[in-house]
Design a protein around this ligand. Structure first.
Ligand SMILES: C[S@@+](CC[C@H](N)C(=O)[O-])C[C@H]1O[C@@H](n2cnc3c(N)ncnc32)[C@H](O)[C@@H]1O
Length: 385
């Protein structure tokens, strides 16, 4: 058993907690942008592969008080690094410090790395260290002189699923898009439309979730290169994930955008994700938004005039989106991420609720216009999209 720390974006903690509960974790605890759980090697593999909204999975190695460099050195050297790191480990140290005596990050990085190397050389009677092997990234946080040392099992952030290799203007991070989808009333049998789809993030994340495809099943993780990590646990976690896929589901998930170039990117990304025959992308102005279905889910982040377009144009698009949404009929819900001031007035309807997020460091809100589907909810299985 390890103590695991799963980091999340601001405002997403409760969504990641819910995901972890669905994955069988009994008591996930949320603390300032991270979730603490106990877990095994198998869980490290499952969480990295399966979490849609977590940013990284860390093993917590130690927590101790330090207000001098000597204390930082000694506390770090106490850890049994030789149980984790190989003789050729490439050691990367990153971190941050808040309200603490030790605030010079590069000095803290050097001290921590030195303590790890001294410990390893003493324990292994090693005199040199080539760092030519697997990467071990050690993350430190110092808060009120309390040092926490974490080992990053993920490597690249979990938003890097592997399918999005081309960049569209103002694209949304996959983990945040997935969190927004899971705050919506998306279900696999319900049509789903993103009328401002850009490179397809919402539609692809929603489809992966609807088809129960693990977002990290095709990517690499740092833990896979560690000799202490039993590879069998990864293979079994992968098999478990593949067994859960529901690829025979017929879904109606579409993305539209006015820009033909981003539609090409969306198609390319859907192909990379292996779901090009499950989703549909098309060039279409939001002014022409319509659907043959009487119910469904709209989910989008239209331009809000900072990263894309201007504020006047963004307000106009918000107004058009509101009009087109209402024209779809009462069976449609709508979830819009926006930073347009006075959004609800421009959209023409007060949201049932809204929620704060940071999208690319900008404060936005998710405006939720759900449909009352209480009867359906009772009949549906909550753990299954
Ligand atoms: C913030 S971006 C969406 C990014 C997307 N969520 C992603 O992750 O790639 C907004 C998108 O709205 C599109 N757009 C702007 N005006 C539009 C219009 N009138 N109709 C449809 N799409 C429009 C832009 O081309 C841009 O791709």
């Amino acid at each position: 058993m390890y103590e695991l720390v799963i980091t999340t974006a601001f405002g997403v903690e409760s969504v990641t907690k819910r995901e972890l509960r669905r994955m069988g974790v009994e008591d996930p605890k949320a603390i300032e942008g991270s979730i603490l759980v106990n877990g095994t090697d198998r869980d490290i593999a499952r969480f990295n592969m399966g979490l849609r909204t977590g940013e990284r999975v860390y093993i917590k190695l130690a927590s101790f008080y330090a207000d001098t460099f000597d204390m930082l050195f000694d506390g770090t050297k106490e850890i049994a690094w030789e149980e984790y790191l190989t003789a050729d480990a490439k050691i990367v140290v990153n971190g941050k410090s808040k309200k603490s005596t030790l605030y010079a990050l590069s000095s803290c990085q050097s001290i921590i790395k030195k303590a790890i190397l001294v410990r390893l050389m003493q324990k292994r009677r090693q005199h040199t260290f080539e760092e030519s092997g697997a990467t071990y990234t050690v993350e430190f946080t110092i808060n009120d002189n309390q040092v926490t040392l974490l080992l990053d099992t993920s490597g690249k952030g979990l938003h890097k699923r592997g399918y999005r290799d081309l960049v569209a203007p103002a694209q949304m991070k996959e983990t945040l898009a997935s969190a927004i989808v899971s705050l919506s009333d998306m279900r696999w049998e319900r049509p789903f439309i993103d009328p401002f789809c850009g490179c397809g993030t919402f539609v692809i994340e929603a489809a992966l979730s609807a088809l129960c495809i693990a977002p990290g099943k095709n990517r690499d993780f740092d833990f896979l290169h560690w000799s202490f990590f039993p590879k069998k646990e990864y293979r079994e976690a992968l098999q478990e994930a593949l067994d859960q896929e529901k690829l025979d589901r017929e879904i109606h998930f579409c993305g539209y955008d006015i820009d033909p170039e981003v539609i090409k990117l969306a198609l390319h990304h859907a192909k990379n994700a292996g779901i090009e025959d499950k989703v549909h992308f098309q060039v279409r102005d939001v002014r022409e938004l319509s659907s043959r279905f009487s119910e469904g889910v709209l989910c989008c982040d239209p331009p809000y005039g900072k990263r894309l377009g201007d504020t006047k144009g963004a307000k106009e698009l918000t107004k058009i989106l509101g009009e087109r949404y209402r024209a779809l009929g009462q069976g449609w819900s709508c979830y819009v991420v926006s930073a347009v001031p006075d959004f609800e007035r421009h959209f023409g309807k007060t949201a049932a609720k809204n929620r704060k997020f940071f999208n690319a460091n900008e404060l936005c809100r998710l405006y939720c216009y759900p449909v009352d589907r209480r009867k359906e909810k009772k009949e549906s299985n909550e753990t299954d999209y």
